[in-house]
Design a protein around this ligand. Structure first.
Ligand SMILES: Nc1ncnc2c1ncn2[C@@H]1O[C@H](COP(=O)(O)OP(=O)(O)OP(=O)(O)O)[C@@H](O)[C@H]1O
Ligand SMILES: [Mg+2]
Length: 305
């Protein structure tokens, strides 16, 4: 079982879209058992995978990450079962690229905020790591969709990051997007220091909404690739996602998809390739020691801070 947070502290970089794409392809194309934990009160990925009606019903029944946290806080040892807190999205039987079954844990914004006020942001940082992670062993992959603007006091998100083995950072190749990276790395470093074992390691930067012919890419991304190659920045995924209408609508609430080809249209091959690379990198990373920390001066070198 591998837990990966999809995280970028800047908004709109594609965290939820990438979470949905990876979840669908890991389940449908790779036959993996996948759980998506949505820690963003906006519920974008839950909405894309389950729809609003099921989210409302789950919230009424207390099948949410907020209620799970209440349980983790009150129990002294790891919980046995996450089943009471998850919703299942059934797979399809259509021939070809059928959808796989997916488990989703939805957020409950108001209850999360209420609980965050009551929690101790300095002490309650590893409840998910110590009391939830053992119960997730039945899954091959757990993907955690995080919101933007995560702070030290965002206790739910810090918990999600702290229990993760790896972090995947989707970023657009524009200047304004890359300028958000230092803060993203600072947040990750904060969590690595809490854990003291170098985890979560940064699996890589994934270039989203990227067209290599565009000026934004040409003027900004080569230096990122150069420093990444030298080991001064995390690895950059060889595969990317282009800007595409099929990806723009991937997090829309539409419930009648039968196949991955229908759902991802012309983006099918891009999403499939990124998923393969994601799996391969997870496997490689599991056998590696955490990489060296990113040196602070890299941002000055890149002219980003
Ligand atoms: N490759 C892409 N091509 C076209 N549109 C995209 C692509 N990736 C993301 N988008 C669109 O960009 C917007 C932001 O994407 P998304 O919601 O996945 O980002 P996010 O990082 O999860 O945002 P937030 O910080 O608000 O949670 C959405 O409208 C999404 O449909
Ligand atoms: Mg999102």
């Amino acid at each position: 079982m591998t837990i990966v947070s999809i995280f970028n502290n800047k908004g709109g970089e594609g965290k939820s879209t990438v979470t949905v794409g990876l979840a669908e392809f890991l389940a449908g194309n790779r036959d993996r058992k996948v759980l998506v934990i949505d820690l963003d009160a906006q519920a974008s990925s839950s909405c894309a995978l389950l729809g609003n009606r099921i989210i409302r019903q789950a919230t009424e029944e207390g099948k949410t990450s907020a209620e799970l946290m209440a349980k983790l806080r009150s129990s002294r040892k790891p919980i046995d079962d996450v089943e009471p807190f998850i919703c299942w999205r059934a797979g399809t039987e259509t021939r070809g690229s059928s959808l796989g079954e997916l488990a989703v844990m939805v957020p409950d914004g108001p209850r999360m905020f209420e609980m965050e006020e009551a929690m101790n942001w300095k002490k309650d940082t590893q409840l998910m790591l110590s009391r939830l992670k053992p119960a997730l062993e039945t899954f091959d992959f757990v993907l955690v969709d995080l919101p933007a603007n995560v702070k030290k006091s965002s206790t739910f998100c810090i918990n999600g990051l702290a229990m993760s083995d790896f972090i995947l950072i989707p970023t657009r190749p524009s200047r304004i997007s890359l300028e958000g990276l230092p803060l993203t790395f600072d947040t990750i470093r904060y969590v690595q220091d809490l854990n003291t074992n170098g985890r979560p390691a940064i699996l890589g930067l994934m270039s989203n909404a990227t067209d290599k012919r565009f000026q934004q890419y040409k003027s900004n991304f080569p230096s990122v690739l150069k420093y990444s190659k030298a080991g001064d920045l995390p690895p950059v995924f060889a595969h990317h996602w282009p800007p595409m209408p099929a990806l723009e609508t991937a997090t829309d609430e539409r419930r009648d998809f039968e196949t991955l080809k229908e759902r991802f249209g012309s983006a099918y091959d891009y999403a499939r390739k990124v998923t393969r690379e994601f799996e391969k990198r997870c496997l490689e990373f599991e056998q590696q020691k955490p990489a060296r920390p990113i040196r602070k001066t890299i941002w000055q070198t890149l002219g980003l801070k």
